[in-house]
Write a protein that binds this ligand. Structure first.
Ligand SMILES: *Cc1c(COP(=O)(O)O)cnc(C)c1O
Length: 365
């Protein structure tokens, strides 16, 4: 084992930060992903120097060579997490170590350099501490953090890049879906799949999103909010939405979610809900669930609720499911009881209003 590389982050304060009154105006009702803080984190990697040049610097456009390999072969991965204001006035990240490990797993799948966990954590801690005033004070507000890494070697040959640029952006966000927990309608994609066995489904890479957009556009054309994908082999089993995992709730009080077998993104929200549900004595199965079964169970009343989950939107009730042959409603179309209970339990831990029995909060003070 080689020693963990130790790096000191240089801090280059933004010389022209947004004025306090202007910042307050931008934080009133921030649209997701549009309001950015004054700074960003960056660390460079090269095969010969390893990880180097760690900085917290003013957020600014990048200048890059048009032959940078990410622009041609899409060697890119990202993460998504939030910093929350706690009920006691402190600030915390939620399970950032899990994001650090998933970022490493994504890097391995994409043949990229693996950022050591402590550098991932430090980049985020430093950035949040510096831009803490950008966390909205509203109930559902948070600072959304977007770590990502791109292949930055200037070379048109096809091979793993010898250089990478890792960065973290911070973006002030309010509620993802306005007005609490509105239900979403979802479209079952028939023509497109998201991930095949052996592919990149469990890596958080931009490419997975690029290929989902045409299916998402089709969902909108069919009057739905989101798309849900079926497995690529049998076109039968429900996998996940474009960017959220999915759960089903049954009339016997049990829950189910598709198992992680390489084609589904291992969501940290998914894992947290599994843990919370089991601690509450709820039976949760990780098992394949077929779209035909979903339709039949919704009709018979065996299926009473369904919801999607992920960091950005937390827990989102699914009200109806549309297919070319028709549409079916779930539990009368409104948010279900267990869905709201799971959301409230998770949010309470994230905001520090419920005991953090799993040690999920990573305090910054
Ligand atoms: C990020 C992501 C999720 C949710 O993961 P969380 O860790 O819960 O935010 C689910 N599906 C896809 C495809 C994703 O990219």
């Amino acid at each position: 084992m080689t020693a963990e590389p130790s790096l000191t982050f240089a801090y280059e304060p933004n010389a022209t930060p947004v004025a306090a009154n202007e910042r307050a105006a931008r934080l009133v009702a921030p649209q997701f992903g549009r309001v950015f803080t004054d700074h960003m984190a960056m660390i460079r990697y090269s095969d010969d120097k390893g990880w180097h040049d760690a900085r917290i610097t003013a957020r600014a456009p990048l200048s890059m060579d048009p032959a940078s390999s990410v622009l041609h072969y899409a060697q890119e991965i990202f993460e998504g997490m939030k910093a929350y204001r706690l009920a006691d006035g402190g600030t915390a990240l939620f399970r950032p170590e899990a994001n650090a490990r998933r970022f490493q797993a994504s890097a391995r799948r994409m043949a990229m350099a693996e950022l050591p966990e402590h550098l991932f954590l430090e980049s985020i801690e430093r950035l949040v501490e510096i831009d803490r005033d950008w966390i909205p004070t509203s109930d559902e507000g948070a600072l959304y953090l977007r770590p990502f890494m791109i292949a930055s070697e200037v070379f048109l040959g096809v091979k793993p890049s010898a250089e990478y640029l890792y960065m973290v952006l911070a973006s002030s966000v309010g509620a993802y879906f306005k007005g609490g927990a509105p239900t979403v309608s979802i479209w079952v994609s028939q023509d497109y799949t998201r991930a095949a066995p052996g592919g990149t489904g469990e890596a958080k890479c931009g490419g997975n999103y690029a290929t989902s957009l045409v299916a998402q556009a089709e969902a909108i054309r069919n009057g739905c909010d989101q798309v849900v994908f079926l497995d690529a082999v049998e076109r039968r089993y429900v996998e996940e939405l474009g960017g959220m995992n999915v759960f089903f709730v049954f009339d016997d009080g049990s829950m189910a979610t598709p198992p992680l077998r390489g084609t589904i993104l291992p969501g940290i929200t998914r894992d947290s809900i599994l843990t919370i549900a089991r601690a509450q004595g709820i039976t949760v199965r990780e098992e394949p669930y077929a779209i035909d079964q979903w339709r039949a169970d919704a009709a018979s009343g065996r299926l009473v609720e369904a919801f999607a989950c992920g960091t950005a939107a937390v827990v989102t009730p699914i009200g109806s499911v549309a297919e070319p042959q028709g549409r079916f409603e779930i539990g009368g179309g409104g948010p279900g009881q267990l869905t709201l209970r799971m959301r409230d339990a998770l949010v309470a831990i994230q905001r520090g209003t419920a005991p953090d029995t799993n040690g999920w909060l990573h305090r910054l003070d």
